[in-house]
Design a protein around this ligand. Structure first.
Ligand code: HEC
Length: 109
């Protein structure tokens, strides 16, 4: 019984750390976002209608979109090349960072 409890405990710690890896890190995403700034703007607020604003976008949406570019389910030559170089952790971090930005809400006011 004691052994079983230990096993369950170990399994739940493993599950918790696995979800920590999948969750985005805002600070890490901020560092990685410099690669996106040229087109999407320094704070994710795009300087041009050619590029979508990312600030304030839902992170789930961004994760899905970047994975779709990666697999080719969504096609755009620029973003497919960009997303191809991103790991799943990069995607999670970038999505967390841009979702934390309030630029889009500011724009709408
Ligand atoms: C060379 C310019 C350029 C760079 C650099 C770039 N993007 Fe993009 N991005 C675009 C363009 C153009 C689109 C619109 C593509 C389309 O219509 O599918 C886009 C679209 C997107 C979208 C979809 C937005 C939406 O509303 O559906 C996301 C998310 C995104 N980019 C994230 C990123 C991230 C994260 C980075 C940095 C790792 C990055 N982009 C770097 C040009 C760029």
């Amino acid at each position: 019984m004691k052994q079983l409890i230990k096993m369950i405990f170990a399994a739940s710690i493993a599950a918790a750390s696995a979800s920590a890896i999948a969750a985005g890190d805002i600070e890490a995403g901020k560092g990685k976002s410099t690669a996106c700034a040229a087109c999407h703007g320094a704070d994710g607020v795009s300087p041009s209608p050619m590029f979508p604003t990312l600030a304030g976008q839902h992170s789930d949406y961004m994760v899905k979109t970047l994975k779709d570019y990666k697999t080719g389910a969504r096609k755009n030559p620029i973003m497919q090349a960009t997303a191809a170089a991103l790991s799943h952790q990069d995607i999670a971090d970038l999505a967390a960072y841009f979702a934390s930005q309030t630029g889009l809400k500011t724009l709408k006011k």
